[in-house]
Design a protein around this ligand. Sequence first.
Ligand code: G3I
Length: 376
Amino acid sequence: MKLTNLLRQLLFLILTLIFSLGFHSCESKTSKDTSSKELVSLKEAYKDYFPIGVAVSPFSLKDSIERALILEQFSSMTPENVMKSGPIHPEIDRYNWRAADEIANFARDNGLKLRGHALIWHQQYPEWFFKDQQGNQITKDTLYARMRSHIHTVVKRYKDVIYAWDVVNEAVADSTHMVYRESSPFYQIAGEEYLVKAFEFAKEADPDAKLYYNDYNAVRPEKAKRIHQLLENLIQSGAPIDGVGIQGHWSIYEPSETALRNALDLYSSLDLEIQITELDISIFPWEKHQRPLKEGENKGFTPELEQKQIAQYQMIFEVFRDYKDALTGVTFWNISDRYSWLDHYPVEGRKNYPLLFDTELQPKKVYHKIVNFNQE
Ligand code: G3I
């Protein structure tokens, strides 16, 4: 009798264990979807194509659900803000490593690839960078000494974990009649040579890192031509550049498939690696200038917008797969619709829904389309 009871208890324990293991493995698929199709992660679905990355903040790494989502879905990360010169080098003789270290350590501990962003940019720089002690503009030599010291210090600190850097960000002008953003303080002090110097300094600091030029609207035909010109100039000047970053801040209205394919062909012709570095698909058309919210603009993520976004994501990922030999990475800019920089830009408080995971961090319909592309 005692033996039967013992066996019963043992059987009960075994069944409980089997049930709980099964439940947890379902949970780890991060999905409410009950379809019979096997669900895999983004990184798994694209493992034969390119690493899939995501822009993160130290804050997102502290949230256990976001952290789990990053680990489950992505094979690469980019710090959204904390490695830019303003946040990381606030005073001439002081670096602020804490936030950047948190991201680097998370990558180290979990075996994630890490892209560095961004060494030289005309935004989010510290005030001291271009001024002497009297507040006057510095000379070209001083600028180069500061750029070299900044680039060497930051790049060397993360040499073991960062495999690619956005060395120069957004140096092409917004106005269509010039190549270079001449209003940039770097350009004002040193002219276009500052780009070559930035790449040289980065190469000295880490000869093994892949060095990228990164820009937005990079598949619009008009701007693609000017970015191509800048890249050609860099190559002719002997700058040690490895790749071009197409940011990919797109929308349900652009790019067209033709524009995307043409731009990828154009950049491939330079024999550079290509990465999509900051992907999101806004539900609103692109606007450069910030403006206040208009009445009725916050209309939510309607089924019609959702369909358009699915179609746009499907088209661009189909093109990406076709160009897998040229593309060495695709990185989303933010994790989920819970938070996107597009909730603040160009209109503060206009809610956007540009990513593959919803505001509850659940996969959207579009996620399943992108992951299960070979089941269509
Ligand atoms: O750090 C301050 C914080 O101290 C302050 O309390 C808070 C109040 O507004 O602002 C914080 O700074 C914000 C920063 O993000 C960090 O959250 C800035 O106001 C805000 O302007 C800044 O926006 C970033 C933007 O770059 C700056 O231009 C976005 O998060 C970031 O996603 C965005 O990323 C850029 C890429 O680097 C380059 N390509 C375009 C892309 C989108 O603009």
